[in-house]
Structure formats: structure tokens, C-alpha cells
Design a protein around this ligand. Structure first.
Ligand code: CO8
Length: 258
């Protein structure tokens, strides 16, 4: 376990875990904390012993948004010079699966952090929302884009304009999150899912993420071309030989990620 200023980081059976750890302010994300999260996510992405990355908070909050106190003195020019959102772009380049495990509040920037993950699992008492409109601002780390892609413009506008929180069940019904579990089971269910994913062929998992991630920006034909190229690429891996041989020999495959 490594303790940074605002997060804890450890690896368990091929799963890299980033635990947000600023409980005194409901894991509000100050800029240093976001830097730490992104740097550690990138380190896991490079680490060959890690196949899946989990981001989680505590029982009360995944993260209650950007640190409002830190933003009080911001001006357009200070933000233009600091470029505080550039670091978020790096999350979109992570190649390994990212899973968010959400109990409690995932608000504002906290919801955006979850939406940057590929899969979201939540305890049934979790609350998701964008309260920025009540602060006289708006989402800034991708919320309007990511929620709209997840649930469509009409629904997304309703949630973002009114700043209301949606329950885990509502979020799941709208296709925004994957699974709802009992809050006390969140940890176990998340690690089960992460372990299952960690046992899949890593190159397949990575190339599937790339292809699915491009589905919204490419035309159908271009998306299918990318998929085909990635399909061919899997045939350059030892895991393809292992996977098919294991099937023929009626045994479980053992994938190495090469
Ligand atoms: N920033 C700073 N401090 C916070 C934040 C926050 N976002 N959220 C909670 N805190 C602090 C509280 O001020 C309080 O501190 P103290 O004990 O010193 O008074 C402590 O955390 C505990 O909070 P509460 O006492 O309010 O606990 P409750 O259980 O009553 O309420 C809530 C919890 C509902 C989460 C409530 O604290 C709340 O509404 N928080 C603000 C939520 C919010 O508006 N989030 C959006 C922020 S703006 C944003 O995210 C912009 C996104 C774009 C940039 C993303 C970059 C990271």
C-alpha cells in the first residue's frame, strides 16, 4: 500500500486499486488529488502486473465534486494559465479497463471521475448528480458530454439543469452505470468483477476497449474497419494460440498478455 497525500494505492491479484482518501471533505477533489489519481492510473496502465484498475471512495462518498474552497478565487485567466482540466484528458488515454466502485455521493467532478471509467458499480444508496448549476457554474470535466453520451441529450439536460441527484437504480435504468449492489457488498462485487476481467486475455480486453471507445466518433464502416484490424492483431498474440488450443483441449486457458 502506498499513501499519497489524498489517495491510497495498492495492487491485489492483478487489480490496481486507487482509493480516494480525503474523508474530512467527502473526498472533494482538489487539483493535487486529481493529479495524484491520474498519475497513479497511468502508472498502473504501464505496470505489467496490473490488468484492471479500480477507483473507489469510502462508504459516505466516492467524491463530492471539485473542491469548492479551492475554486473560490479562480478567474478565467488563472484557469486559462493553469489549464486544470488538461490532466483529465489523460484519463481518456488509459488502455486498461477502469472500474469505478461508488458508495455514497458521486457529485460534480466526482460523477465525472466515475463517468471517465469504463464500468461503474454502485451501492444502492449511492447518489449521482451534477449540482454545479446551484453554484452558478456548470460541469467542466466532461459531464455534459459524458452524461449525454450515456443517456441522451433530453434526459441529460434534465439532470444537469435541475442539479438533482439520481439514485443508483435510476442511473442503472438510464444506462449510466452497470450494476447496483447492496452497499456492504460493493467491495466484494467490484473485486469479483475486476478479477474476472483480469483473467481475460489482456490484449483482447485492451483492443476491445479501443474499438468500443471509438464507436461513437467513427462512422459505422470506419468503426468496423478498426474492429477488423484489432481482430487481426489478436492473431499475433500467444494468447490467441493459447485460447483456441485450450478450447480444443477442453481446459481453461491461461492468458499471459503476450
Ligand atoms: N468542496 C469542498 N468541500 C466539500 C465539498 C466540496 N465539493 N463537499 C463537501 N465538502 C465538505 C463540507 O464543506 C464539509 O466540511 P466541514 O465539515 O468543514 O463543514 C464536509 O465536506 C462534509 O460535508 P457536509 O457537512 O456538507 O456533509 P453532508 O452529509 O451534510 O452533505 C454533500 C454531503 C451532499 C456531499 C454536501 O457536502 C454537498 O452538497 N457538497 C457539495 C457538492 C457539490 O456541489 N459538488 C460540485 C462541486 S463543483 C464541481 O464539481 C465542478 C466540476 C468541474 C471540475 C472538476 C475538477 C475536479
Amino acid at each position: 500500500m502506498v499513501n499519497r497525500s489524498y489517495i491510497k494505492v495498492f495492487v491485489e491479484n492483478g487489480v490496481g486499486v486507487i482509493q480516494l482518501d480525503r474523508p474530512q471533505v467527502a473526498n472533494a477533489l482538489n487539483r493535487e488529488m486529481v493529479d495524484e489519481i491520474v498519475a497513479e492510473t497511468e502508472a498502473f496502465d504501464r505496470d505489467e502486473s496490473v490488468r484492471v484498475i479500480v477507483v473507489k471512495g469510502n462508504d459516505k462518498a466516492f467524491a463530492a465534486g471539485a473542491d469548492i474552497e479551492e475554486m473560490l478565487e479562480d478567474t478565467p485567466l488563472s484557469m486559462e494559465l493553469l489549464d486544470p482540466f488538461a490532466v483529465w484528458d489523460r484519463l481518456t488515454r488509459i488502455k486498461k479497463p477502469l472500474i469505478a466502485a461508488v458508495n455514497g455521493f458521486a457529485l460534480g467532478g466526482g460523477f465525472e471521475l466515475a463517468l471517465h471509467c469504463d464500468l461503474i458499480i454502485a451501492g444502492e444508496t449511492a447518489q449521482f448528480g451534477f449540482p454545479e448549476v446551484k453554484l452558478g457554474v456548470m460541469p467542466g470535466a466532461g459531464g455534459t458530454q459524458l452524461l449525454t453520451k450515456a443517456m441522451g441529450k433530453r434526459k441529460a439536460l434534465e439532470w444537469i439543469w435541475f442539479g438533482a441527484s439520481m439514485s443508483a437504480k435510476e442511473a442503472m435504468n438510464h444506462g449510466v452505470i452497470n450494476r447496483v449492489v447492496a452497499p456492504e457488498m460493493l467491495e466484494e462485487e467490484t473485486m469479483n468483477m475486476a478479477n474476472q476481467l483480469a483473467n481475460q486475455a489482456p490484449i483482447s480486453v485492451r483492443l476491445i476497449k479501443e474499438a468500443a471507445g471509438k464507436a461513437e466518433e467513427l462512422s459505422l464502416l470506419d468503426g468496423m474497419k478498426l474492429e477488423r484490424k484489432n481482430f487481426y492483431l489478436t492473431f499475433d498474440s500467444q494468447d490467441q494460440t493459447e485460447g483456441m488450443q485450450a478450447f480444443m483441449e477442453k481446459r481453461s486457458p491461461s492468458f499471459k498478455g503476450v
